[in-house]
Design a protein around this ligand. Structure first.
Ligand code: ASP
Length: 335
């Protein structure tokens, strides 16, 4: 309590990375928006924030989501780890929604603090009627300083829903309800402005930093009758591959010999392109291209991780110097 008899407000660090939430047009009447607003601009649009937390602000990047790099997010994770150790109650990250599901998941793999990390953004830019950025920012700050959100890893606050980084996906290109957790559902909601959690998730140990080894991992998607041209192109250039397979984990039969040869050399993770549900292990055994066949050729199961998240897990493991055995083990426990 301070001299007013009120409990002091918690501290929260708001880091702005750009994205639609920070976009405005360059000049009045000009069509097309670019990232221009600072963290201070975003906070100034939400007077209610003054009652929620003492905010520290940092303009970490000012780019569209599509320009963010893995190294931007590892640098962000390093900063969060340091700040969490020095007592910040919670973190809010505002960024472009295009890559939000990926940055949230990568941060979740690398962040080692207990203080909540809440990622948010907006689907309508700051000049549009009904811009959703201010409400999303308020929800994110309220969640970031909530005791209930501690130790849950990285969360996404969007449209009054709270999603676990592990499950969240952008499922619509324009809707303000673009973020969902297919196959899992939101971990919580904002009710009368306060976070309410429906369940918690077991948190995995952080993978660790720094990610010192260079590595390249790409996703190749199975499509009807594909000749595997992209597979051939990838073979020369990647250290790991993720296959976004049909359904429960199936590929065209013309792919399997190449996949088997490649799997002897680099890790290949089998995921489903469907967006929800897990790849199977032994349900189908129709020969070349069934999940049973692919695992017998050395592919690694991506379990329920959708392809983009499996790529980030594999990339992080390779960049940390993991060998095939520990990559397999990591996918067994984290997917
Ligand atoms: N193009 C934008 C971005 O990711 C989309 C958004 O933020 O909603 O930067």
């Amino acid at each position: 309590m301070d001299s007013t008899g009120l409990a002091p407000l918690p501290s929260s660090l708001v880091l702005s990375l750009g994205g639609t939430i920070a976009m405005a047009s360059q000049a009045e009447g000009q069509a097309g928006v670019t990232p221009r607003l600072t963290a201070a601009d975003l906070v100034a649009a939400v007077p209610e924030l003054a009652q929620e937390a003492v905010l520290e602000l940092l303009d970490f990047r000012q780019v569209p989501g599509a320009w963010l790099e893995v190294d931007d997010i590892t640098a962000l994770a390093e900063l969060l780890n340091t700040q969490a150790a020095s007592g910040t109650a919670g973190f809010v990250i505002t960024q472009g929604t295009d890559t939000l599901e990926e940055t949230a998941y990568l941060l979740d793999l690398l962040y080692d603090g207990a203080a909540p990390v809440v990622v948010t953004g907006a689907m309508r830019n700051s000049q549009m009627a009904g811009a959703d950025g201010p409400a999303n920012l308020l929800a994110a700050v309220r969640t970031a300083v909530s005791a209930q959100a501690r130790d849950l890893g990285v969360l996404v606050a969007f449209a009054d829903e709270l999603h676990a980084a592990r499950h969240v996906q952008k499922v619509h290109s324009t809707s303000t309800a673009a973020f969902q957790s297919p196959g899992a559902g939101p971990i919580g909601h904002l009710v009368e402005g306060r976070p309410r959690f429906h369940f918690t998730l077991r948190r995995h140990a952080p993978l660790g930093l720094p990610m010192a080894h260079p590595a390249a991992v790409e996703v190749v998607e199975a499509t009807l009758g594909s000749s595997g041209l992209l597979l051939d192109a990838a073979i020369e250039h990647v250290d790991g591959l993720v296959i976004a397979a049909f359904g429960g984990g199936h590929v065209p039969r013309t792919w399997v010999e190449r996949l088997g040869k490649l799997a002897a050399r680099i890790p290949i993770v089998l995921t489903s392109r469907t967006g929800a549900g897990s790849v199977l292990t032994h349900t189908y055994d129709f020969g070349p291209g069934s999940e049973t066949d692919l695992f017998s050729r050395g592919l690694i199961s991506g379990g329920g991780l959708e392809p983009r998240k499996a790529r980030l897990l594999l990339l992080a493991l390779l960049r940390l110097g993991a060998d095939q055995t520990s990559i397999r083990e990591a996918f067994e426990t984290r997917s």
